[in-house]
Design a protein around this ligand. Sequence first.
Ligand SMILES: [Zn+2]
Length: 171
Amino acid sequence: MTFEIVLETQTPETADIRATCEAWRGRKGATSVSPEDARELAERLRRHGLRPTRQRIELLAALSSKGDRHVSAELVYDEAGARGASVSLATVYNTLKQFTGAGLLSELAVSGAKSFFDTRVDPHHHFYVEEAGEMIDVAAEAVEISKLPEPPPGMEIVGFDVVMRLRRVAK
Ligand SMILES: [Zn+2]
């Protein structure tokens, strides 16, 4: 309710959201995002403490359009470009980092590989297929850890996740 009222009041922010919707509609081949979708995305950003700027809405729309998945900044950049958004790779990366900090994404670091951003933020683990550069979800309860180190003084463990690197069995 409050949200509706906010949207009806013309602020620079809502003008920005309207401009995004109009830009999307005006572009050939771009995925059309309805004002309702833009509103929902804006509210999701606000709930996570982020101001709903045009770029954030554009990137969240691109991220949310295909269900749960693991993406690199490069892939999101390509997809955003295909949707008609004009953002630099550095901006995409910084925005994904902000989304991660706000709890909208989780970041997975694999040694020797680029970072992956996961649209699933509930606890779970991963298989990483090295040759394909692909992440596969593994249920949290499929991994049991029988021993964990004592955290440093004054710290507590709030979670851990496991990345199991895979390669094809040699024939
Ligand atoms: Zn995952």
